[in-house]
Design a protein. Structure first.
Ligand code: PLP
Length: 350
C-alpha cells in the first residue's frame, strides 16, 4: 500500500510528497543566494533542465502559473495578443494574470476534444498591423492537456503549429506542466516535443513528486528576460537550492516511472467503464488523468459519492454536473486501483 497519510488521494498529482531520496538531497544541498546567481544547486537544476529539454537556458520558478506568466510577459507586450485554447490552463486557472498584470489580450479558440486547436481557426485568428487590432505575437499550447483529459498532442500536429507560427512570424509557448507524461506516453525523448516550441514550462511538483517548483526553458535572451519578470513578480528566491535539490532528483529518477501511473489510470478507466452509471471515453485516457460522467440513472449526488469514498479513505473531488476527474500518481498503486473501483461501484448505489 502506497497511501498518502492513510488516504488514497485521486484529487490531483500535486498531492505527491517528496521521496525519501529527495528529502535526503534537500538536507545535503549546497546553497547560495540564487538572486545573485550563487546557488550551485539551483544552477545545476537549471542546467540539467535546459539540456534535457534541448534548450539553451532555463530558470527555476515557484510554480507553473508563474512560469507561464513570466513566459507570456516575455513574449508579449501590453496590447499584444496570445492565441490559446478555451480549455487552456492559462486561460482558465491562472487568475487572468497575463491580462491583469501584462495587458496581454487573449484570443481563445475552442479546443478540439483531444486538446489540439483547429489550425484553420488559429490561422484565421492571427491579426496584423491594422490599428484596430491587437497584434498577435504568440500561440500557447498545452501538453498533456489537463481539461481535455490528459491528452497528448501528436508530434505531427506540433510540427504543423510550428510551421504555421513561422509563416506568420509568431512564437510558440508550451504549457508543459505534464510534458514528461506526454513524452512517456509517446515513448519519445522529450526533445521530440520541445523542438517545435520556443519556450516551455514544466512542473516538478506534480507527477515528478518534488515539493515545489517549475522550470521555464528557452533561449538565453528569453530566459534572461523571464528571470527579470520572475523577480518583478516576487518569485526571486534566495537559498532555493533546498527546493532545487528535490527537482534534480525528480528529473533524474521520477520520469520513467510515470508509465506506471498511465497503466494504473488505464486500469482504473476500464474498471469505471464497466460500471453501470458511468460514461467515459477510453480513447481520451492517454496518461494519468481520467475524466468521466455519471448517467441520470445514478441518483446519488457527487458530494455524497465523495463523502462515501472518504469513509473508505479515498479522496476525490466531485466536479460540477457530476463530472469527475481522477488523477493517478506515485501514491496510488495497482492494489489501490482495485480498492477504488470496489468503493466507487458501491458508492453509486442509492
Ligand atoms: C498545474 C498546471 C499548471 C501550473 O500550476 P501551478 O499550480 O501554478 O504549479 C499549469 N498548467 C497546467 C496544464 C497544469 O496542470
Amino acid at each position: 500500500m502506497n497511501m498518502l497519510n492513510g488516504y488514497i488521494d485521486l484529487r490531483s498529482d500535486t498531492v505527491t510528497q517528496p521521496t525519501p531520496e529527495m528529502r535526503e538531497a534537500m538536507t545535503r544541498a549546497e546553497l547560495g543566494d540564487d538572486v545573485f546567481g550563487d546557488d550551485p544547486t539551483v544552477n545545476r537544476l537549471e542546467e540539467q533542465a535546459a539540456v534535457k529539454l534541448g534548450k539553451e537556458a532555463a530558470v527555476f520558478v515557484t510554480s507553473g502559473t508563474l512560469g507561464n506568466l513570466a513566459s507570456l510577459l516575455t513574449h508579449c507586450r501590453r496590447g499584444e495578443e496570445v492565441i490559446l485554447g478555451d480549455q487552456a490552463h492559462i486561460f482558465r486557472y491562472e487568475a487572468g494574470g497575463s491580462s491583469a498584470l501584462g495587458g496581454i489580450a487573449q484570443f481563445q479558440i475552442p479546443n478540439n476534444p483531444d486538446g489540439t486547436l483547429p489550425l484553420d481557426r488559429v490561422e484565421a485568428a492571427i491579426r496584423g498591423d491594422d490599428q484596430h487590432e491587437a497584434r498577435t505575437k504568440l500561440i500557447a499550447l498545452e501538453n498533456t492537456h489537463n481539461r481535455c483529459g490528459g491528452t497528448v498532442l501528436p508530434l505531427s500536429y506540433l510540427k504543423q503549429v510550428r510551421e504555421l507560427a513561422k509563416r506568420h512570424n509568431l512564437k510558440v509557448h508550451l504549457d508543459g506542466a505534464r510534458i514528461f507524461n506526454a513524452a512517456v506516453a509517446l515513448g519519445v525523448d522529450v526533445q521530440e516535443i520541445t523542438q517545435y516550441v520556443d519556450s516551455v514550462t514544466f512542473c516538478l511538483s506534480k507527477g515528478l513528486s518534488a515539493p515545489v517548483g517549475s522550470v521555464i526553458c528557452g533561449s538565453p535572451e528569453f530566459i534572461a528576460q523571464a528571470r527579470r519578470y520572475r523577480k518583478m513578480l516576487g518569485g526571486g528566491m534566495r537559498q532555493a537550492g533546498v527546493l532545487a535539490a528535490a527537482g534534480i532528483v525528480a528529473l533524474e529518477k521520477m520520469i520513467e516511472r510515470l508509465a506506471e501511473d498511465h497503466v494504473n489510470a488505464r486500469r482504473l478507466a476500464e474498471g469505471l467503464a464497466d460500471m453501470p452509471g458511468v460514461t467515459i471515453d477510453l480513447e481520451r485516457v492517454q496518461t494519468n488523468i481520467i475524466y468521466f460522467d455519471l448517467t441520470p440513472q445514478v441518483k446519488v449526488t457527487g458530494e455524497a459519492i465523495a463523502q462515501r469514498m472518504l469513509e473508505h479513505h479515498i479522496k476525490i473531488l466531485p466536479g460540477p454536473a457530476r463530472r469527475f476527474r481522477f488523477v493517478t500518481h506515485v501514491g496510488v498503486d495497482h492494489r489501490d486501483v482495485e480498492q477504488v473501483l470496489l468503493a466507487f461501484n458501491a458508492a453509486l448505489k442509492d
